[in-house]
Design a protein around this ligand. Structure first.
Ligand SMILES: CSC[C@H]1O[C@H](OP(=O)(O)O)[C@H](O)[C@@H]1O
Length: 341
C-alpha cells in the first residue's frame, strides 16, 4: 500500500507536544514529549523535528506552551511580553524555512484571546496542513503527468518531504506516494542527502513502509543516474520560495536542477503556500542556515578528517526559477518554465 499516510506526525497531548524523534529513525521509533519552549527550540535546532511545515507546526504549538506557562486564561496582558520573547526564540531557531516564522506569528496573533485560543490556532494549522497537502499532491500528480508521458515513471527525490516533514501526507514525497498508489512508479531514486542523511534514513523509511520500489544513491550519483536514463522526473520540496520563483531547499538541490536541465528532465518543486516569501524577489536574499562543521567532519560518530579540518556546511542552497519546470502548491501550478541549462 503506497497511499500517503494521513496520520499526523505531531500532536498536542496533556500540555506537551508529542512527536517522533527523527534523529533516531529508521532504527528506532522514539517519541519526544516537548513540554517547554526550550524543549521545542532544541528539537528544531537538532532536527529531532524537521521539515519546513513540521517545524512551523512545532513552533506554533511552542507558542501555546508559552502562553499556558505565562498567562492565565482570562489574562489582560500579563505575561504577554514573556510569550512574545519565547515566540521570537522559536521563530529564530532555524532561519531559512519561512514556515517557522509564519506559523509562530499566526499563533502569537491569538494571544489576546488567551492560551486556549493560541492552542486552537496551532492545532487548526495541523488540520489545515493535512488538507493543503492533499490538494497540493493532486495538483502535483497532474503536473507530473502533463510533463511525463511515460506510463510508469522513474523518479528521483532529495532529502525528506513526506509525512515526517509535514502534518501528514507530505509534499514532493506525498506526490511520489500518490503516483505509486496509482501504479505509475517503476522506481524511486533517493539521494542519501549528506550530511544528515534525511533521504537515506527518512525517505527510504517512508518508501519502505509504503512498499514502493526504491534505491538510495549518494548525492553525487544523481547526475550520472540522469545521464544513464534512470530518471524521468525530479521532485523536491522547498523551504522558502521568492516572488519570482527562486527556491531555497536542502543543499544539493541546485546541483540536481542543473543536471536535470542539462538532460531535459522535468524538475518540479512541490511546496505549500506557507513556503512562499513574496517579500523577496531574488533568491540571493534568502538567509541560508550554516550548520556545525562536525556534521561534515564526523560520520557515524567517527571523525573522518584530520583534527582541525574545517567544513563548509550550508543546510540549503538556492535554485533559480529558470531551472525549475514547475512549482506546485495547493492552488495549482504557480510557475512553469521551459527549462534550459
Ligand atoms: C516538506 S519539507 C521541506 C524541506 O525541509 C527540509 O529541510 P530540513 O530537513 O533541514 O528541515 C528539506 O529542505 C525539505 O525539502
Amino acid at each position: 500500500m503506497s497511499k500517503p499516510s494521513d496520520q499526523p506526525s505531531l500532536r498536542w497531548d496533556d500540555n506537551a507536544i508529542v512527536t517522533l524523534d527523527q534523529r533516531a529513525l529508521p532504527h528506532e521509533r522514539r517519541f519526544l514529549h516537548l513540554s517547554t519552549v526550550d524543549d521545542v527550540v532544541t528539537a528544531i535546532t537538532t532536527l529531532a523535528v524537521r521539515g519546513a511545515p513540521s517545524i512551523g507546526l512545532a513552533g506554533a504549538l511552542g507558542v501555546a506552551l508559552s502562553a499556558y506557562a505565562h498567562c492565565s486564561q482570562g489574562s489582560t496582558g500579563d505575561g504577554h511580553e514573556a510569550v512574545r520573547a519565547d515566540a521570537h526564540r522559536l521563530a529564530a531557531a532555524r532561519p531559512t524555512a519561512v514556515n517557522l516564522a509564519w506559523a509562530v506569528d499566526r499563533a502569537l496573533a491569538r494571544l489576546d484571546d488567551g492560551p486556549d485560543a493560541v492552542l486552537a490556532e496551532a492545532t487548526a494549522m495541523i488540520d489545515e496542513d493535512l488538507a493543503v497537502n492533499r490538494q497540493m499532491v493532486a495538483h502535483a500528480v497532474q503536473a507530473v503527468r502533463d510533463r511525463c508521458p511515460q506510463r510508469s515513471l522513474r523518479l528521483l527525490t532529495h532529502c525528506n518531504t513526506g509525512r515526517l516533514a509535514t502534518a501528514a501526507v507530505g509534499t514532493a514525497l506525498g506526490t511520489i506516494l500518490a503516483l505509486a498508489d496509482a501504479g505509475r512508479v517503476t522506481e524511486v531514486l533517493v539521494d542519501e542527502t549528506r550530511p544528515l542523511l534525511q533521504g537515506a534514513r527518512l525517505t527510504a523509511w517512508e518508501l519502505a513502509e509504503a512498499g514502493v520500489p526504491h534505491r538510495v544513491c549518494v548525492d553525487s550519483a544523481a547526475a550520472a543516474a540522469m545521464s544513464q536514463g534512470l530518471v524521468d522526473c525530479v521532485l523536491v520540496g522547498a523551504d522558502r520560495i521568492t516572488a519570482r520563483g527562486d527556491v531555497a531547499n536542502k543543499i544539493g538541490t541546485y546541483a540536481l536542477a542543473i543536471a536535470a536541465a542539462h538532460h531535459g528532465i522535468p524538475f518540479i518543486v512541490v511546496a505549500p503556500e506557507s513556503s512562499w516569501d513574496r517579500s523577496l524577489a531574488d533568491g540571493r536574499d534568502i538567509v541560508i542556515e550554516e550548520r556545525a562543521d562536525d556534521e561534515v567532519t564526523f560520520y557515524g560518530g567517527t571523525r573522518t578528517t584530520p583534527l582541525g579540518t574545517r567544513a563548509y556546511n550550508p543546510a540549503f542552497d538556492v535554485t533559480p526559477a529558470s531551472l525549475i519546470s514547475a512549482i506546485v502548491s495547493e492552488h495549482g501550478v504557480h510557475h512553469a518554465s521551459e527549462v534550459s541549462a
